[in-house]
Design a protein around this ligand. Structure first.
Ligand code: C5P
Length: 226
């Protein structure tokens, strides 16, 4: 794998979820946090390092017209689930993009440094790279009656985040494969099904997913001036 120049790196920013669990009056991407939308927070952090040349923003179909396209930004309609939304973003990537990041707008505080570390690992020749954090809690499997069925050895577990980075050809091939059972919940899962290696690099606490009103409040505290 050759080192991609910045213009060869694209990012699919998936923002087409309804955000129902957030209880907001608008899709999550357009919810405000410290005066900016979650989409603006995510975009500025992705672009901040000057390493990403193109962002494809995937939003609910009825909101496509609300975001003007700019140089380096395309806006497309999402699909019924996250996988379909990523596929729509992939289809809209311009020619010449060799390396693709897939990032959830819900993880809008993921720092520019993390974006850079994912890209750096891709530049070292890895074709699929995900950030992940060790799991702090003890994880138990529970049976249908609520009793513990087993305790998982947490030392090998990682809670994975986005941005996840891929060689474009590999990600396209992973998305072209038939959906398996159970459905995968991230892009790395599709690559794993191809039997291809996925490197896990250290994640970042700020890359947490904003899902509930509590998460949004937490993000607001993190951004509050001291
Ligand atoms: O539902 P979940 O929390 O896994 O969603 C993760 C990300 O995928 C969110 O940023 C959400 O906007 C996006 N998504 C999407 N299209 C869907 C469902 C989720 O872009 N149909």
């Amino acid at each position: 794998v050759t080192t991609p120049p910045p213009g060869d790196v694209g990012c699919i920013l998936v923002a087409a979820g309804s955000g129902g669990r957030l209880g907001a009056d608008r899709p999550k991407a357009f919810v405000e946090l410290a005066g900016r939308t979650l989409l603006e927070h995510a975009t500025s952090r992705v672009l901040g390092g000057g390493l990403v040349g193109t962002v494809v923003v995937v939003v609910p179909a009825d909101l496509v017209g609300r975001l003007p396209e700019r140089p380096g930004r395309r806006v497309v309609a999402g699909g019924a689930d996250r996988r379909a939304s990523v596929a729509a973003g992939l289809a809209a990537l311009p020619d010449g993009i060799a390396v693709v990041l897939v990032h959830d707008v819900a993880r809008c505080l993921a720092p520019t440094s993390l974006v850079g570390e994912v890209i750096a690992a891709l530049r070292r020749g890895h074709r699929a790279v995900v950030p992940g954090l060790p799991v702090a809690d003890t994880i138990k499997q529970v049976d249908g009656r609520g009793f513990v069925a087993g305790t998982v050895d947490r030392s090998s577990l990682r809670a994975v985040q986005t941005p996840q980075g891929f060689d474009r050809e590999l990600l396209a091939r992973a998305h072209a494969a038939p959906p398996g059972v159970p459905p995968v919940t991230d892009d790395a899962g599709l690559v794993e099904r191809l039997g291809e290696p996925v490197l896990v690099i250290p994640g970042h606490r700020l890359a947490f997913k904003i899902t509930t009103p509590d998460d949004l409040a937490h993000a607001g505290w993190l951004l509050a001036p001291a």
